[in-house]
Design a binder for this molecule. Structure first.
Ligand code: PEP
Ligand code: MG
Length: 534
């Protein structure tokens, strides 16, 4: 029976696939069907695990084949599954029954007198996990099946980046918000995503249809629904294909106003989405994703930035210094246990506390600047003194490099405008450029956390108070004679682009997956008669 559950749109598009509970082996549970269904589900999972083990044995030889042969023998022995089936008959869910039955078996082996049997306990744990993976819709190696719909309470950006989305798939979250970092990454890669389902996420099994644009999830969709979704998906694909055909053309509004469209890069995969010729440069490279493990490694950072410069092929590249903290913790670097990490030590605040690490990054950036027009951008700047301090570090690093024999150049030094106090005082900041971070600016201005499902309606970039700040920053940029762009998600949101252009913005930096549709939306707009910056 088809069932519809409403959540909130986080990334447009349609996906149909098997529900896959992430972290299946960490104690998550599935919802329970009838006794017959649970029986069948466990029988299928055991059969799949048996096939996978038999296939593995075929690829192995000697001792290794013999060891795995023990697992096959166990999986073929009905005695192993008897206890689990008995529990299912008493109304227990297949995964709970299997876990409990295997816990008993494993305890039996672990306490055996014979060392040989004690050593076999790990084989049993391996069998337990293999069957669990099949019960939760994961492939035998723990990876997601192609086209799987990831179902979870919430998803960390790093978990998203660890999944290969090239074969399709979608995301359904019990919590989460359309303005979270993971939603932003999903939009960039075109992965349909619905958030804020509430407790119902725990009950999702079987086939799911994720309708990202409508914020709806359909469980076990009927044939008619699947056909309609496929037809709609084809229309979306056609519209996108038309936009892609014109992606390398300049974006001009109907009245001929030119709008620069740059891209946000959040990881190496983003460079494969588009040819660089489609964009006017990189407006934001988020180094917390590119170089999080490389904080102390200058050479590795130079190499990551060089890849970006080569990809951009002479176009301007804006690289942001580390914006760790908030929902992007880096163990050992960010502070644990802050009562509100979004209002805590984040971005430039942390960089100035870890001057050694900050200088390594500035050195690597100055070295990469030798290859072309690289700009350095500071995140979360609140006070003019932070900009001054960062400039002093940059000067010191440039002096060091001048004494060495490595190639380098002085990059422009600009700032994100994402703290309301900085937005309202933008005219006081001696930055070489401003880039408005609408994600954080909106969360701080509306007092609505960007990752909170319950307050997502409040975090609205179209709030007149937020738009007034954006217009103010544009005016401050003109007075100071520096460029102003928008690199927050509003730049890629076709519902917000008109308001941004009306506020006087003429440069947008968007996730690569959105660029073709953003250019198409700009071409539809007519700015004649608009009092720019009003
Ligand atoms: C923003 O806050 O709008 C922004 C672009 O930065 P991030 O999303 O990485 O915090
Ligand atoms: Mg930000």
């Amino acid at each position: 029976m088809e069932r519809r559950i409403s959540g909130r749109t986080a990334s447009d598009g349609l996906a149909i696939g098997p529900a896959t509970i992430l972290h299946a082996l960490d104690g998550a549970s599935r919802s329970k069907g009838s006794i017959a269904e649970e029986h069948a589900v466990l029988a299928t999972a055991v059969a799949r695990a048996r096939e996978a083990v038999a296939e593995l044995i075929g690829q192995l030889a000697g001792d290794a084949a013999e060891l795995i042969g023990f697992q096959l023998a166990l999986l073929e022995d009905d005695a192993l599954t008897e206890t689990a089936y008995a529990q299912i008959e008493r109304g227990v869910a297949a995964d709970v029954a299997w876990r409990a039955a295997m816990a008993e078996e494993i305890a039996g082996y672990e306490t055996a007198d014979d060392e040989y049997f004690r050593a076999r306990a790990s084989d049993l744990a391996d069998i337990r996990d293999r069957v669990l993976r099949h019960l939760f819709g994961l492939a035998d190696d723990g990876q997601l099946l192609d086209g799987a719909i990831v179902v979870a309470r919430d998803l960390a950006p790093s978990a998203f980046l660890g999944i290969d989305w090239s074969k399709g798939g979608g995301i359904v979250l019990g919590e989460g918000s359309p303005t979270s970092h993971v939603a932003m990454l999903a939009r960039g890669r075109g992965v349909p995503m619905v958030v804020g389902l509430g407790h119902e996420w725990e009950e999702l099994t079987g086939q799911l249809l994720v309708d990202g644009g409508r914020g709806v999830v359909v469980v076990d969709p009927g044939v008619e629904h699947v056909d309609a979704a496929r037809a709609e998906g084809e229309t979306l694909t056609r519209r996108k294909a038309e936009a892609v055909a014109r992606q390398c053309e300049q974006a001009l509004t109907r009245d001929g106003t030119a709008v620069a469209v740059l891209v946000n890069i959040s990881g190496p995969a983003d460079m494969t989405v588009l040819p660089a010729a489609a964009c006017d440069g990189v407006g934001l490279a988020r180094t917390e994703f590119l170089t999080a493990n490389l904080l102390h490694d200058e050479e590795a950072q130079v190499s990551a930035y060089t890849d970006l410069m080569r990809w951009a092929d002479g176009r301007p590249v804006t690289i942001r210094t580390l914006d760790a903290g908030g929902d992007k913790p880096i163990p050992g670097y960010t502070i644990d246990g802050e009562s509100n990490p979004f209002l805590g030590l984040r971005g430039i605040r942390l960089s100035l506390r870890h001057a050694d690490i900050f200088r390594i990054q500035l050195r690597a950036l100055a070295r990469a600047a030798a290859l072309g027009p690289l700009k350095v951008m500071l995140p979360m700047v609140t006070n003019a003194a932070e900009l001054d301090a960062a400039r002093s570090h940059l000067r010191a690093v440039l002096a060091e490099l001048a004494d060495s024999n490595v190639a380098f150049a002085e990059p422009a030094l600009g700032m994100m405008v994402e703290v309301p106090a900085a937005a309202l005082a933008a005219q006081n900041f001696a930055a070489d450029f401003f880039s408005i971070g609408t994600n954080d600016l909106t969360q701080y201005a509306t007092a609505a956390s960007r990752d909170g499902a319950e307050v997502a309606d409040y975090a609205d970039v179209l709030h007149p108070g937020v738009l007034a700040m954006i217009a103010h920053v544009v005016r401050a940029g003109r007075v100071r004679g520096v460029e102003v762009s928008v690199c927050g998600d509003a730049a890629g949101d076709v519902r917000a682009i008109r308001a941004l252009l009306e506020a006087g913005v003429r440069a947008l930096s968007v996730s690569p997956g959105l660029l073709p549709l953003v250019k198409a939306a700009i071409r539809e707009l007519d700015l004649v008669g608009i009092a720019e910056g009003a």
